[in-house]
Design a protein around this ligand. Structure first.
Ligand SMILES: [Fe+2]
Ligand SMILES: [Fe+2]
Length: 399
């Protein structure tokens, strides 16, 4: 746990001071070196207490390890760093002074040359060669930076330009973290959901920003984003509280997390799965719930949804249970959104279904596969908001 918040605040403050001082003096001026070294000393103090500190800069929020730093809420550098693509800063090992100084120089160059376009395209981990300092975008943006479609778009027109690349990068980063560390970066996952929620409400009317799959190997990320958006839309449509809507958004985003443990050749197999392959595939439910619970007990709804999202209302589906149980409302809701997105997406073994056929399938499944209230609400939501579906495709940079 992080009892070193004071040291972390001292370090961040000194880093900001160093960057501010360095920007005032020309390269080679001794004042630049002095500021950088003073800041390095605070980093060394921090690393003595916490050898691998990590920070996320999300909008105006600063997250140190697993907790938000309150004393720095209005720290303008959080936004400045995030704007130049430094949304995540990790010190993987004890940092050498020269590596830290060149990191500061790099950040300073970005701040001076900042343009919105450049900032949106900085991937995670692009530091200066091999270094103990990793930094980059986790793709989470503050509300003011989310690019929305033209607000003059009429209800009948489909907004066609929607930039979800940052959210996609962030979801992919979350999956990588789970793979590498068996831990879900919860705060970052929540801010992706916040960012999606902003994209849904930024216009005067509700918008469902979905991704259209272009490459099969993007399915996991695309599907996670779409199910998150649809689950939040449906939860909101059904009148749930904003807190529940966000929790359902996180659950929708993480519902298939267990698939990080399923081999890729099974996930993308074009033909029928063998019984052994099926049982591995089905284990993503149990595996997902385990991964989520071991990362954070507070994600109990997301863990339940990961476990229950393939259980049918009549008790069928999987995982196998020894007794019939009523699923959590979030699971029945994510279940419908999951099936909708899966059928609407082209897969290696079949074409994408048309919207009307997909909704008809959901209607036919009422009472057997789907909960009646939830499925009816989903069909009504699509009837109302279908003109507000906004499909985006990934830019080549995000592919
Ligand atoms: Fe699933
Ligand atoms: Fe799914």
């Amino acid at each position: 746990m992080t009892d070193h918040t004071g040291l972390a605040i001292r370090f961040l403050t000194s880093m900001a001071q160093a960057l501010a001082t360095m920007s005032l003096y020309a390269e080679g001026h001794p004042a630049r070196a002095r500021a950088a070294v003073a800041s390095f000393d605070t980093l060394r103090d921090l690393q003595q207490a916490d050898p691998r500190p990590s920070f996320s800069f999300l909008g105006s929020e600063v997250i140190y390890g697993q907790q938000a730093i309150r004393g720095l809420t209005d720290w303008e550098w959080a936004t400045k760093l995030a704007n130049v693509g430094v949304q995540r800063l990790e010190f993987a090992d004890m940092v050498e002074r020269h590596a830290y100084v060149s990191f500061l120089e790099d950040v300073l160059a970005r701040v001076s040359a900042f343009t919105a376009v450049a900032a949106a395209n900085v991937p995670v981990g692009r530091g200066n060669g091999p270094t103990a300092i990793r930094f980059g975008a986790v793709g989470v943006r503050s509300a003011s930076e989310v690019r929305l479609p033209d607000s003059t778009v009429q209800a009948a027109e489909r907004p066609s330009i929607l930039d979800l690349n940052a959210e996609v990068d962030a979801i992919r980063w979350v999956h990588d973290e789970v793979n590498d560390r068996e831990e879900i970066p919860l705060l970052e996952a929540e801010s992706i959901v916040r960012s999606l929620s902003v994209a849904m409400h930024g216009d005067s009317q509700m918008l469902l920003p979905l991704l259209q799959l272009k490459e099969f190997d993007q399915y996991t990320t695309t599907h996670a984003l779409n199910v998150s958006v649809l689950s939040m839309g449906l939860a909101e449509f059904m009148g749930l509280s904003p807190r529940e809507v966000r929790a359902y958004g996180v659950a929708g985003m993480l519902h298939d997390l267990g698939k990080v443990r399923v081999p890729k050749d099974i996930l993308t197999k074009p033909g029928k799965l063998t019984p052994e392959e099926w049982s591995i595939m089905r284990s993503h439910t149990v595996e997902g719930a385990r991964l989520i619970l071991q990362s954070d007990q507070k994600l109990d709804v997301a863990a339940l949804v990961a476990f229950e999202h393939h259980i049918m209302i009549n008790g069928g589906g999987y995982p196998d249970r020894h007794f019939r149980c009523d699923c959590h409302k979030a699971s029945t809701l994510v279940h419908v959104c999951d099936v909708y997105d899966a059928l609407r997406t082209k897969r290696p073994y079949r074409d994408a279904w048309e919207p009307a056929a997909t909704l008809a399938y959901i209607e036919r499944g009422i009472g057997t596969e789907f909960d009646a209230d939830v499925a009816k609400a989903f069909i009504a939501m699509m009837g109302k908001w279908e003109p507000r579906l906004a499909y985006a495709s990934l830019s080549p940079a995000a592919a």
